[in-house]
Design a protein around this ligand. Structure first.
Ligand code: ZN
Ligand code: ZN
Length: 279
């Protein structure tokens, strides 16, 4: 194992959240059980086995490791990865890869696919990712991973199994789909990105940016940079129904201890213990 980049880990039920994020430095997350990752601002050696990535936007601290990741998978004889990007980014990123391929003298095999708000990407029979609009200084997206289950429709409750089977065989749709938002990833955004996608507040685990926390950094100014302030979280406190909220992407202007002090003042119980600071 090569330890070249910080990786924090949180296990929640059957899912593991791994990653790290600091504004203007690097952002990378993955959920090994779902075989997906969010953002490629850097690529820890241990993340290479994850074959599918969703990129929230094209700022360097969220994207610049894409060629490195593709090259490593090729070197290690892994399948070419699939990377979903905001529509406008696909063509320029293809060009970057072509140029890199030339100066590196190595092929960079991968599939780049465009995504936009409203899209849904099927990961498996069980899991689907929905794409939502976020608000930043470049085109940007948020993601919700849903778990799907088939559930018997209430009108068939209490029927014997053989009758349900006969109904199903005769072509009647006896079940409906039940969707559970498991993990949401906001990426870089003003609070509008949360408000535009109510599932962000309902997901079991929400990974969100909280770039600014200092009282002297005023939130109206912060919104112009496409970011979130601690005050925004406080304004919406009652809306967060998540079991875990991971706050991240803190500004490098802050020392870890300062962030902890401001959060302790504003949210002494850390949202009943649900709020985690990834510093
Ligand atoms: Zn960022
Ligand atoms: Zn950004």
């Amino acid at each position: 194992m090569i330890h070249n980049l910080p990786v924090k880990t949180l296990v929640h039920k059957d899912l593991t959240i791994e990653g790290y994020s600091r504004a203007a430095v690097q952002t990378y997350w993955r959920i090994p059980e779902l075989k997906i990752g969010f953002d490629l601002g850097a690529q820890p050696w241990s993340f290479m086995g994850t074959p599918t990535w969703f990129v929230s936007h094209t700022h360097m601290d969220h994207l610049v490791a894409l060629p490195v990741y593709v090259a490593r998978r090729r070197m290690m004889k892994m399948e070419p990865p699939t990377i979903y990007l905001p529509e406008a980014a696909v063509e320029p990123v293809q060009r970057i890869l072509r140029i890199y391929s030339r100066i590196d003298r190595g092929r960079l095999p991968c599939t780049l696919l465009p995504i936009k708000p409203g899209d849904e990407i099927e990961l498996s029979r069980e899991h689907v990712v929905s794409i939502s609009a976020t608000v930043h200084t470049v085109p940007s997206l948020g993601f919700v991973v849903w778990q799907r289950r088939r559930k018997l429709k209430p009108e068939y409750f209490g029927l014997p199994g053989t009758e349900i089977r006969d109904l199903r065989l005769s072509g009647v749709e006896v079940t409906s789909e039940l969707r559970l938002p498991r993990v949401a990833y906001l990426g870089d955004s003003t609070p509008e990105g949360l408000d535009a996608c109510p599932a962000m507040y309902e997901a079991e685990v929400l990974i969100m940016e909280l770039t600014f926390v200092a009282p002297k950094h005023r939130k109206d100014k912060i919104h112009k940079f496409g970011h979130m302030h601690l005050d925004d979280l406080l304004d919406r406190r009652q809306r967060f129904h998540n079991e875990v909220v991971i706050a991240s992407h803190f500004s490098t202007r802050y020392h870890a201890r300062q962030v902890e002090t401001w959060i302790a003042k504003a949210l002494p119980d850390r949202m009943e213990g649900r709020l985690q600071l990834w510093l």
